[in-house]
Structure formats: C-alpha cells, structure tokens
Ligand binder design. Structure first.
Ligand code: EPU
Length: 432
C-alpha cells in the first residue's frame, strides 16, 4: 500500500516559458565517488536533486564520510574518516554508478570491495573493460557473494590500456584509479562525453594530472597526494535535451537556461532536421516549432555522435512525424522497450533488433502507460504531454533517478501534470 506514485498528465498543451537545467547526473554520480581520492574537504556545487545523487551521498555517509548540505545544490564532503571496508552493499545494488567506488577506493587505498552494481535494465551491462583497466594497472580482481573485490598489493603501476570500445564507465573508472598510480597511465579509445571531461577537470582541481580528456587518448601522471577543492558540476546534457524535445513535440517555445550549447549540438542538429527551430545563446538555448514534424533517421553513437540517452525521446517525437523515420540503437541492446508503451498511445513503430521504423501518426492518444527505465520514462512523459486526454504514467521511480523537480519544471512551462500516490488497486489516493 505504501510509496507507489504515478504522474497524471492532461496532455495537449504546448510547453512555453523558461526552465533552468540542473547539474549533470552522469557527472555528479562519478564526482561524488571521486571525492574519496581527495584527502580533505570537497565542496561540490550544482548537484542535481535526484535520487541517484542521494544514493551516492548515502553510500559515502555509510563509509563514515562527513556530509553536510550547504544549500539545495551544494554539498560539503569530508573524507578524512572514511572506512574503505564499510561500503553499503544494499545501496550499491540500487544504482549503476556505484561501480565508481571501485576505481576511487582502489586509487586511494590500493583495494576495494563493492557489490555488483544495479541500474536501468538496458540489456547486458558488462564491466569487463573496467576490470581489464584495473588489472593492467596491477590490481587483482575477484567476484565473491555478489561483490567485486580488487587488490593492488604493490600499488597501482604505469600502464598503456587499449579499450575494446569507448565506454563512459570504464574510462572514468580507469581515470579514478590511475590518478594515484606510481607512474604514467595512458588510456586509448576512451569515451569523450562531456561528463568524462568534467570528472577529469574535477580530479585536476584536486591536484591530479589528467590530460587529453575529450580526445581519444587520456594521459594520467599518478600523484601521491590529492587535496580537496571547490567544484561546480556541468549542466545536464540529457535533461536539457529532454525539455528541447518537449518543446518541439508539443509545438511549444522553451528557453533553457544553464546549458552548455556545445554539448547540445548533436541534439540540436537532429531537432532542426525534424522541423524545430533552435536559437543558441551564451549559456542558454531556445527551441520552438511552428510547422510539421519531419521524419529523420538517427543512429546512436558515443559522443559526439547522437546520445543513446536521447534515443527514446527522439523516438517519441518521430512517432508524430509526417513520414517514416528509422532509428538504429548501437549502444544498448534493449532500449526500445518504450515502443510498446507508445503503441498504447497510438504510435506505429516496428522494432527489429537494433532498428526501429517509425511511421508517423497525426496524433497520440492518452493511455495508462509505464516508464520502462529512466530515459524511456521521460520520453513517455513527453508523449503524454503531447497526447489528447489524461494519461497516467507509473514506474516513475525511474524518472526520479535522473530528473530533478520534473513536475515543478513542467508545470512552470504550462503543463498539466500531477504526482499522485496510489494504492495497489490503482485508485488515486492523494496528491503529494
Ligand atoms: N561495455 C562493455 N564492457 C564494459 C563497459 C561497457 O561491453 O566494461 C559496453 C556496454 O555494454 C555498452 C557500451 O559498452 O554497449 C557503452 O557502455 P558505457 O560503459 O559507455 O555505459 P555506462 O558507463 O554503463 C553510461 C551512462 C548511461 C549511458 C551510457 C552511454 C552513467 C552512470 N551511465 O553508462 O546513462 O547510456 O554511459 O552513454 O554514466 C542514463 O543516464 O540513463 C544512462 C543509462
């Protein structure tokens, strides 16, 4: 009976107005574990108010780290009394990014033990490349009782690591361990996402020597002491992209503040191809649409390619296009699960393996729908905002992992959306 929530959305209104984008989830959930490496106090600003950040902070607190909120988006973290053996397994299993505690603890203490990570179900999510990097730096790894353990008896050593694919997680995890290595670590075929660069910048602000983040090769000269610092997390590229799609889908006009337009280029480009207008300002971007939604083809790829985390959102937009669009998902195996939900709303989409063909329909209709994972959940919310009638979206705990104040932000743009608690028989109980 407890704790179930859903969104009730009365669709059909254009999103109009201004919205301020929060800090990047996928940078924040790496920078918080990275504070373990700094022997001192870190003050991290522009943290998004999302449940994945909350879980990261609770993992740190569980290890004896002193945490105090300076304000809603700023936290003070003191790792002086950190106990590396006290990593809370249950919390680590709740989120994917808990794997960053492996690299951070290994870097600082030469050993780490962390429960296998959880996270959205996007198909197989191996971490072989993370472990390969740790091993090449001299760590031994093992898995016992659902925990991954790492040990570098003689400290981490210099290494030249070639990744099999550009992995965000493996690149960041290898950086976290390597900043404290005895010698130079070179990482090749790395991920170039903005949050990879942000983590490198944070580490350098703490006294590390990381060069080349944002290119294909990262060179890290190990240092034995890293200090605390003040650091502000970059704005969230995907949260911004979500509201950009919302503006285009609903035929609205939205000014997004606190963004880095450069990070949004792959998203803006496809939105313009789909008939939206995009105006780039210094740290803001405006998106609007007055004409038809046009069909476009998209293939997801590591940055600067089209982000897989935007795929479902673009899918929803293209489900309303005037014509046929093809989306190829090349990063994750199971990222078309939202299509079944979209079909309930009248969309016409055929999925064959990694390829989905969208035959645009004139309208989407309201329906009871479910968020299958974080980004697909946000996409389904956007679909409900554009649909005629009242939709109910459950599974919203996924959405809360990565979108801060989504009800408040959408309401500020003129949407009719409420968060309600419900009991098992689906009767709406109370507005919360
Ligand atoms: N891969 C391997 N072995 C590895 C690591 C990755 O085979 O050791 C494969 C994966 O199976 C996948 C590809 O490499 O096919 C890329 O995976 P990557 O490691 O880049 O993904 P990740 O680090 O687990 C992060 C984001 C995801 C985002 C991807 C891709 C975090 C916490 N998560 O995941 O974000 O989709 O990069 O950009 O940073 C989200 O925010 O909703 C989300 C899922």
């Amino acid at each position: 009976m407890l704790g179930l929530e859903k969104f009730v959305i009365n669709g059909g209104r254009p999103l109009v107005g201004e919205v301020t984008i929060g800090g990047a989830k996928n940078a924040a959930v790496a920078i918080l574990p990275a504070t373990v490496l700094a022997q001192g106090v870190c003050v991290i600003e522009n943290l998004p108010s999302i449940s994945d950040v909350n879980v990261s902070l609770r993992i740190l607190a569980g290890m004896g780290v002193q945490i105090s909120m300076v304000d809603k988006t700023t936290v003070r973290i003191d790792t002086t009394h950190l106990q590396p053996d006290a990593v809370p397994d249950d919390l680590c299993r709740q989120m994917r990014a808990s794997y960053y505690f492996l690299g951070a603890l290994l870097g600082r203490f030469g050993q780490a033990g962390v429960a296998m990570p959880g996270g959205c179900n996007l198909g197989p999510r191996p971490i072989d490349q993370h472990l390969k990097a740790f091993r090449e730096m001299g760590a031994e790894s093992g898995v016992e009782n659902g925990r991954i353990s790492l040990r570098a008896e003689n400290g981490l050593q210099e290494a030249h690591i070639f990744f099999d694919m550009a992995s965000v997680g493996a690149t960041i995890n290898a950086m976290l361990a390597a900043v404290r290595a005895q010698g130079t670590v070179i990482l090749e075929n790395v991920a170039k996402e903005p949050h990879v660069v942000d983590v490198a910048n944070f580490l350098n602000t703490c006294g590390a020597d990381v060069r080349g983040a944002g290119t294909d090769v990262i060179k890290i000269r190990g240092t034995q002491l890293m200090h605390g610092c003040e650091y502000s997390v970059i704005p969230d590229q995907i949260e911004a992209g979500t509201y950009m799609v919302g503006a285009a889908l609903t035929g609205g006009n939205v000014l997004l503040r606190n963004v880095i337009p450069k990070h949004l280029e792959p998203i803006s480009d496809k939105l313009e191809a789909a008939g939206a207008s995009v105006e780039v300002l210094e740290d803001a971007i405006r998106v609007w649409r007055t004409g038809d939604i046009l069909p476009v083809n998209i293939k997801t790829a590591p940055y600067p390619g089209y982000p897989t985390d935007m795929q479902a959102l673009m899918g929803v937009l293209l489900s309303r296009a005037k014509g046929t669009s093809i989306i190829t998902e090349s990063v994750w195996e199971s990222r078309f699960r939202y299509v079944d939900e979209l079909a309930r709303m009248g969309a016409n989409v055929q999925v064959n393996g990694k390829v989905a063909v969208f035959e645009g329909v004139a309208e989407l209709q309201a329906a009871p729908v479910r968020a299958p994972d974080l980004r697909a959940g946000a996409a389904i919310v956007m679909a409900a905002l554009a649909a005629n009638g009242v939709s109910e979206v459950d599974g919203i705990e996924y959405i809360d992992r990565g979108y801060e104040n989504i009800v408040e932000k959408l309401t500020g743009l003129g949407a009719d959306i409420r968060r309600v608690e419900f009991v098992q028989n689906n009767t709406v109980d109370q507005v919360v």
